[in-house]
Design a protein around this ligand. Structure first.
Ligand code: FES
Ligand code: FES
Length: 176
């Protein structure tokens, strides 16, 4: 085990080295033995069956795999699962509460800000991270955030409108 992984317990199962990973995903503590080469994206999808986080480019370019890690939007396809040891992760499945969509999700629907929807979880998580750190971003700041996510079929104006309406509603309804 190298120095950086010294906090992990090492296992040998079927000849494959595994390390024990402990983190919080959508407010739930998760502990799993994982291949140290597994990405956070594949950990979420393959181990936890959280299929909302999507894989497209696999190279950190398109934003489809975006999740929030310790308050920041990250592309989970280029992060190893073991780099998330002890982290707080939120995926798109963590946005709705008690079966009710979040305001941000509702506004993506109301503004027709999606077509095929493949990119949508990434947009939701990028914008959620922005609004959590800045409840009243300028249009330029929103556009800068959206520029990290690629959409091939909706166009960005409805997405921008959905974020702006979310800001208004969160101010009125949540006092942000
Ligand atoms: S799949 Fe991760 S950035 Fe494209
Ligand atoms: S809605 Fe289809 S790629 Fe964005």
């Amino acid at each position: 085990m190298d120095k950086d992984c010294s906090m992990y317990i090492e296992h040998v199962e079927s000849g494959k080295r595994k390390v024990t990973l402990s983190l919080t995903v959508n407010d739930r503590l998760v502990v799993r033995d994982v291949d140290p080469q597994m990405t956070l994206l594949h950990f979420l999808r393959d181990e936890l069956k959280l299929f909302g986080t999507k894989e497209a480019c696999g190279e950190g370019e398109c934003g489809a795999c975006t999740v929030i890690m310790n308050g920041k939007a990250v592309t989970s396809c280029i992060i190893l699962a073991i780099e998330a040891e002890g982290a707080q992760i939120t995926t798109v499945e963590g946005l709705a509460k008690d079966g009710k969509l979040s305001i941000l999700q509702e506004e993506f629907v109301s503004q027709d800000a999606l077509q095929c929807g493949f990119c949508t979880p990434g947009f939701l998580m990028s914008t959620r991270a922005l609004l959590d750190s800045n409840a009243d971003p300028s249009d330029e700041e929103i556009i800068e955030t959206l520029s990290g996510n690629l959409c091939r079929c909706t166009g960005y104006i409805p997405i921008l409108n959905a974020v702006k309406r979310t800001i208004e509603r969160e101010r009125k309804e949540l006092g942000r």
